[in-house]
Design a protein around this ligand. Structure first.
Ligand SMILES: O=P(O)(O)OC[C@H]1O[C@H](OP(=O)(O)OP(=O)(O)O)[C@H](O)[C@@H]1O
Ligand SMILES: NC(=O)CC[C@H](N)C(=O)O
Ligand SMILES: [Mg+2]
Length: 575
């Protein structure tokens, strides 16, 4: 859990199942916290129980069997989760795991996951459950109800043992979304399930003692000190099913569909210490170096390169490698052209030419602002960054700073650009290792309100500039018509908003929007192209937020709904 802070800061939760308990003894426990240090808070409470019992039984830790009867969270099946709300609020009631209790052991279920579903209403309807106020917008609550429905049915009908595969096949064929989800059943069985497109990442590792699964490979590698290839990927549509007796199998639950693993995981969400992700982020940066050189007219003497911490650091190293390759090529060309006409001084000057890099921007807290709730985000963005003084030659140097992504543009507009301008650069070039984010995500990344996106704002501005605002009304009309005929899922109408403009025109407008009126430097923005993204992350081609090409039927519905919300002035998610 400590190695997955990157995936959630709203709160944390754990659940435990004890195997082979006497009838009547509670066997499933759950604890959640939304304290600022949620993991610490939870495990302090777990520890307190042990300390308490040690007061009376100082030797008890030598007898784990005995302890199991007294300590709630000592058990055989363990689950932990860090929440990042993509639906509902970020309060403790919505932290995972959710638990459904029942007097029949096999009908108890604890559930947690990294996911987002887009057909929550339909699911509640299917199980005929009217969700309470807290759970109305909770995809986890809907998923729990559906799974519990099929679990109870299976338990009722079963002849020999619970057929978990059968339960999963019935339940998961109903979910529209991206998910990596884990369930503990009161019978002592457990499962991990991944969506059929492989949208969300899912990994597992098995040895003689443990069977473990997580969203990220590196977290498992570090916690269990194992090699890259020992941790396996749970393939799309598959489930890892573990029986109460410790036997396990990987089963095909859903027919595999086109692989559309989320590229934003690679660009931003996942931790960058994963072997493959590190290479991919480096490649993303490398791919941008040529365009950057062009935009500064190859003037490396008067340009300083830096990055916006923290995630972009790796892409920065990649960009630097690209710039160094260019510089080395130039050095060789020059030296060769000299023939024999050089001396030590001339050669020394040439080989010592370097790419100028500096640590310009500093981030004072380890919190991630993007996964922080909207209400506190703006203020946080304004306070977390700082700059290094004395690095830039005012009026002479151009500053090139790379960030992994520009979503709402708040990091740049509310903080970074103004701060960098204080250093007096002639020009600021912002480089984004992700392409323009034009469409919402609905599979587990909280980019759902299209009106917030700086690329969308730019397109709207451009429509105004060119007297083409009628396109907005036409698109809205089309959405209304699709809604009327119940076919909002059939096409992505928002494409029409971007269609009249080139990527460069939109980038130029974004640069204008993120530039506060009172700064002196000229600001430009350079984006990754979609082709280069695919080349850098060939195994993660899920790119709907850049291209509008959604993998599931719910996707088009969400993007159209997000647009309608914008047009109607509703500040809510499109799913
Ligand atoms: O355009 P915006 O809507 O402002 O969002 C984009 C920024 O948010 C993320 O940073 P975050 O602070 O989440 O985390 P990091 O330290 O891992 O980069 C991302 O890395 C960008 O810097
Ligand atoms: N990624 C997560 O932490 C879970 C997201 C889930 N959709 C929720 O909002 O609760
Ligand atoms: Mg960042």
């Amino acid at each position: 859990m400590e190695k997955q802070h990157n995936r959630g800061q709203d709160g944390a939760g754990i659940a435990t199942v004890k195997l082979n308990t006497e009838p009547g003894v509670p066997f499933m426990h759950r604890l959640r916290s939304s304290a600022p240090q949620a993991i610490g808070d939870i495990f302090a409470k777990v520890r307190d129980e042990i300390d308490e019992i040690e007061k009376y039984q100082p030797e008890i830790t030598k007898y784990p069997g005995l302890m199991k009867g007294h300590i709630r969270f000592l058990g055989e099946l363990l689950m932990g989760h860090l929440r990042y709300a993509t639906q509902g609020k970020n309060n403790v009631e919505l932290c995972h795991p959710f638990v459904r209790h029942n007097t029949i052991p096999a009908r108890n279920l604890a559930l947690a996951g990294n996911f987002n579903l887009v057909n929550v209403d339909e699911l509640f309807k299917f199980v005929n459950v009217e969700p309470g106020e807290t759970h109305r917008n909770s995809d986890l609550a809907a998923m729990l109800e559906v799974l519990h429905h099929f679990l109870s049915k299976e338990d009722e009908e079963r002849r020999n043992g619970l057929d978990v595969k059968n339960i999963l096949q019935q339940a998961f064929s109903m979910f529209d979304g991206g998910y990596h989800v884990c369930g503990l059943i009161g019978s002592g069985d457990a499962f991990v399930m991944r969506d059929a497109h492989g949208i969300r990442p899912s990994y597992y590792y098995v040895n003689e003692d443990v069977i473990v699964a997580a969203s990220e490979r590196a977290a498992i590698r570090t916690a269990f000190n194992v090699g890259e290839n020992e941790v396996l990927e749970l393939m799309p549509g598959n489930a890892l099913i573990v029986k109460e007796n410790g036997e396990y199998s990987v089963e095909q639950i859903l027919a595999p569909k086109e692989r559309r693993a989320c590229s934003f995981e690679r660009i931003y969400f996942s931790r960058g210490n994963d072997e493959k992700i590190y290479k991919e982020r480096t490649a993303l940066g490398y791919n941008l170096s040529e365009t950057v050189l062009k935009s500064i007219d190859n003037d490396l003497r008067n340009t300083i390169f830096s990055f916006i911490p923290n995630t972009a650091e790796i892409a920065f190293y990649g960009m630097l490698k690209g710039l160094e390759d260019y510089l080395n090529k130039i050095k060789v060309e020059r030296i060769v052209s000299w023939g024999k006409d050089f001396d030590e001084e001339k050669l020394t000057e040439m080989v010592n030419r370097r790419i100028r890099i500096d640590k310009i921007a500093i981030k004072d807290v380890k919190m991630r602002t993007f996964i922080t709730a909207d209400t506190s985000r703006n203020e946080m963005v304004q306070h977390v960054y700082d700059i290094t003084y004395g690095t830039v030659r005012p009026g002479i140097d151009t500053l090139v700073v790379i960030d992994d992504s520009i979503v709402r543009g708040t990091t740049l507009r509310e903080s970074i650009i103004r701060m960098l301008d204080r250093l007096g650069p002639k020009r600021i070039i912002v480089v984004s290792s992700a392409p323009q984010i034009r469409y919402p995500d609905c599979y587990g990344i909280d980019m759902s309100k299209i009106g917030d996106f700086v690329a969308f704002k730019a397109a709207i501005e451009l429509l105004k500039d060119h007297g083409k605002e009628h396109i907005l009304q036409e698109a809205y009309g089309l959405c209304m018509e699709l809604q009327r005929t119940n076919t909002l899922h059939a096409q992505n109408v928002v494409r029409n908003i971007y269609k009249p403009f080139t990527t460069e025109e939109i980038s130029a407008k974004i640069a204008e929007i993120i530039t506060p009126s009172d700064i002196s430097a000229k600001v430009d923005v350079i984006y990754q192209s979609i082709e280069s993204l695919h080349q850098a992350c060939p195994n993660n081609l899920g790119d709907w937020y850049f291209t509008g090409n959604f993998p599931t039927p719910g996707g088009n519905r969400v993007v159209n709904k997000a647009f309608m919300n914008y047009m109607e002035g509703k500040n809510e998610r499109g799913y």
